[in-house]
Design a protein around this ligand. Structure first.
Ligand SMILES: *[C@@H]1O[C@H](CO)[C@@H](O)[C@H](O)[C@H]1NC(C)=O
Ligand SMILES: *[C@@H]1O[C@H](CO)[C@@H](O)[C@H](O)[C@H]1NC(C)=O
Ligand SMILES: *[C@@H]1O[C@H](CO)[C@@H](O)[C@H](O)[C@H]1NC(C)=O
Ligand SMILES: *[C@@H]1O[C@H](CO)[C@@H](O)[C@H](O)[C@H]1NC(C)=O
Ligand SMILES: *[C@@H]1O[C@H](CO)[C@@H](O)[C@H](O)[C@H]1NC(C)=O
Ligand SMILES: *[C@@H]1O[C@H](CO)[C@@H](O)[C@H](O)[C@H]1NC(C)=O
Ligand SMILES: *[C@@H]1O[C@H](CO)[C@@H](O)[C@H](O)[C@H]1NC(C)=O
Length: 488
């Protein structure tokens, strides 16, 4: 493991205290429609309330049944320090959920005849923007003799372009681990985030959110790098794919990516609590961060012993200002609330014309393409898709940034998409729980001393476990969501 410059941590507190937390709405929106809903509402409140009081989770849960909002509630704190409770409409950084917005933007431009997703990326890359004398000629590492290999825009959105995983080490070598001696490292700085902050001098465009995708790709030296594999030949989750797509949006429209999103997606889809911000957190123009949870997220540490793990402390998730969303841009710089993200998905499956997409385009955009290793899902384009029972499609995504996890899962009703089911969980707290000596995964509630048995996925990660999968499974169970909409 390479270490980061600890002096950068000093700045953290400065950003934290400058954030106003206005996440204070009093009432919630759960809609009891029937006795069954009352029972499920109660079960959800009991289940999540106990976990939140015991500091195992914190976040916002939303359930949609038959196309109607069935449950919406915040659990835990928006700010532990200021003792502000989470409400269901609080805004969170949604990280990689941004990618689906970017994919939608590209397809909107195709609908307008401004590009074709099967075009090669190079048709839209202006060499002068990157100080290149000649057009970009992407060559595959160790297969340079094959000459230029041109990824298409669609391959960017499918994560199959072959771009080097400069900020993601999860794929690449056959064993998925780059050794220190590997050729790859010459193209990737170890302290990536910090260098970006240094390059921009912790000032100017970097702080103010004015850095463009051109700035970012230039910094990454993207066009000086070889491809990892032939375009289209394999799936590799690399953020630069979406940053390059963001560059194409800016190039084709002559708008900043943020302005493009506001005019073409956020306004027409009525996502009034959704925004794009690429500067340093806490520097957002007044009003933008209304109802925002404080940043970064929290981590609860539990201590192992002979029995269930005992509560020890709650801290901020490790973070430093170099990890600004400037380095994420079209791959992860949006914030939203759980209602808005759900609304976006509903617009996509029920009335995509509102944002200028035909149903055919949505079908193409959500067509499962590249199997995701280790998951029972496929990566379509900025969204993961799997086939549920009865031909129902399950659309899902999890965005993670600064300890937050924003997860949405929608089971699309094939006979009437306006009657689809969904579970959304936005989390701002993750637990670090050791397994018990007997292999069990459980904690003693610091609230009432009771023993809480947990899904084994919640234990064994000292950085904190992502709880959103576990909670989504459990909420689907409580609300009778199976993805099976009956015979069609
Ligand atoms: C809801 O839960 C509370 C406490 O667990 C219980 O007293 C109440 O009867 C429950 N109500 C329903 C409708 O299940
Ligand atoms: C994009 O180009 C392909 C191949 O040239 C063509 O088949 C397709 O119809 C085009 N799509 C659009 C939306 O123009
Ligand atoms: C992974 O594979 C590469 C070769 O592709 C090798 O150099 C490296 O040592 C391997 N790492 C581990 C941890 O096995
Ligand atoms: C960032 O852009 C805004 C206008 O979009 C401008 O008012 C501001 O001065 C810029 N900030 C910097 C540091 O360039
Ligand atoms: C792009 O927009 C800028 C300012 O918004 C303007 O000055 C410039 O002329 C535009 N370029 C094109 C090619 O439309
Ligand atoms: C957005 O809100 C406007 C005004 O309230 C309404 O006319 C429009 O139908 C809404 N659009 C969607 C997609 O809900
Ligand atoms: C959908 O994809 C097919 C095959 O890739 C293509 O022929 C068709 O034009 C696409 N439709 C739209 C609306 O993009």
């Amino acid at each position: 493991m390479k270490t980061r410059d600890p002096s950068a941590l000093v700045l953290t507190g400065l950003f934290l205290t400058s954030l106003l937390v206005q996440c204070t709405r009093a009432d919630t929106q759960s809609v009891p429609g029937s006795t069954e809903n009352d029972i499920a509402t109660n079960a959800t409140n009991n289940f999540l309330g106990h976990l939140a009081d015991s500091r195992v989770i914190g976040g916002v849960a939303i359930v949609q049944k038959d196309g109607k909002l069935a449950f919406a509630q915040g659990f835990g704190s928006a700010s532990e320090e200021l003792d502000v409770k989470l409400q269901d409409d609080c805004t969170f950084p949604i990280g990689s959920n941004t990618k689906f917005f970017t994919a939608v933007a590209i397809y909107q431009l195709q609908e307008k005849g401004l590009l074709n997703v099967t075009d090669v990326v190079n048709s839209y890359v202006e060499p002068a923007d990157f100080g290149l004398a000649l057009p970009w000629c992407p060559k595959i590492h160790d297969k340079e003799q094959l000459g230029c290999q041109e990824p298409t825009i669609k391959q960017l959105l499918q994560m199959s372009s072959g771009l080097l995983p400069v900020d993601n080490l999860g794929c690449g070598t056959p064993n998925s681990t780059w050794s220190d001696a590997d050729w790859f490292w010459q193209y990737r700085s170890f302290d990536w985030d910090l260098k970006w902050g240094e390059a921009m001098g912790y000032t100017g465009n970097w702080l103010s959110g004015n850095a463009t995708h051109t700035d970012l790709l230039k910094f990454q030296k993207l066009f000086d790098q070889p491809l990892l594999h032939a375009p289209g030949s394999q799936y590799c989750y690399v953020n630069s794919n979406f940053q390059l797509a963001g560059y194409i949006v800016e190039k084709v429209t002559n708008m900043s990516f943020g302005s493009y999103l506001v005019e073409n997606i956020i306004k027409p889809a009525n996502l009034s609590n959704t925004y794009y911000w690429t500067g340093a957190l806490g520097w957002e123009p007044e009003g933008l961060h209304r109802r925002a949870v404080s940043v970064p997220a929290y981590r609860t540490t539990f201590e192992g012993g002979s029995g269930p793990a005992a509560y020890k402390k709650i801290n901020r998730y490790p973070w430093f200002p170099g990890q600004s969303s400037t380095a994420a841009q079209a791959a992860g710089s949006m914030s939203s609330n759980a209602h808005d993200l759900l609304r976006f998905y509903n617009v996509i499956v029920t009335q995509p014309d509102v944002i200028g997409l035909s149903k055919d385009t949505v079908a193409n955009l959500t067509e499962p393409l590249q199997p995701i290793p280790g998951l029972d899902a496929s990566f379509a384009q900025g969204i993961a898709v799997s086939d549920g029972p009865g031909k129902a499609k399950r659309l899902a995504y999890t965005g993670e940034i600064w300890g937050f996890a924003a997860q949405i899962t929608m089971w699309v009703n094939p006979s009437d998409p306006s009657k689809s089911d969904a579970v959304v969980f936005f989390s701002n707290l993750s637990p670090a729980i050791p397994f018990g000596a007997d292999g069990s995964c459980s904690v003693v509630s610091p609230q009432d001393g009771s023993r809480i048995d947990l899904d084994s996925r919640a234990c064994g990660n000292e950085n904190g476990a992502g709880m959103t999968d576990i909670l989504t499974d459990q909420l689907a169970k409580i609300w009778g969501i199976t993805g099976n909409f009956g015979s069609i």
